[in-house]
Design a protein around this ligand. Sequence first.
Ligand code: PEP
Length: 249
Amino acid sequence: MGRKFFVGGNWKCNGTIEEVNKIVSTLNGGEVPSQDVVEVVVSPPFVFLPLVKSSLRPDFHVAAQNCWVNKGGAFTGEVSAEMLDNLSIPWVIIGHSERRLILKESNEFVGDKVAYALSQGLKVIACIGETLEQREAGSTMEVVAAQTKAIAAKVSNWTDVVLAYEPVWAIGTGKVATPAQAQEVHSELRKWLQANVSPDVAASTRIIYGGSVTAANCKELAAQPDVDGFLVGGASLKPEFIDIIKSAE
Ligand code: PEP
């Protein structure tokens, strides 16, 4: 089963209206492979979602960077999956390491969020990844398997899930995983899905890599058989994001 290449841009907590307009205008002018070849999704901060959605080229889509774990209500500062659906925001990023580590989101909480967002019709980019300490202790697979297990425990239909493997030591550090390191974890994750979810889900679920992806390193990473695309932070704010999208070809 073919897995369409996926490139996500996580703008994190960055941007002004002027900067957002500039990024959108660069994206809108970029020559990239067709939607048959690559799915492109950019994720601005919540407040810019309507602006980006209305001004972005129609072949690129938008994602929120988070949503609440359940139905909305008395949860000050949160944004619910229903609200995103109401605004026709098709995607949401859940479980980014910055939320897991800084805001202490547990594996179970992330699993609940993924399941709730899917139940409301959103598609989910679910992030997993080990810290440097965990990698050096040799527990990378144990950590990402536990994170994936907490998602698998709550999710029965994986059609609308993209799994983003993002080693924490590579995020925003300039220390990209080598193609072999990324391939090793992606391949192990696929085996985990095969053994613990189903062979079909293992074959069809896109596993994308995130962590200091740039125009300079994306081609080699994209050539790995189990790397189905990227989640890009810093470089998604720059014109080189177009070159990263082109690595789909
Ligand atoms: C991210 O935050 O998802 C990310 C991959 O960031 P960067 O590309 O800047 O390392």
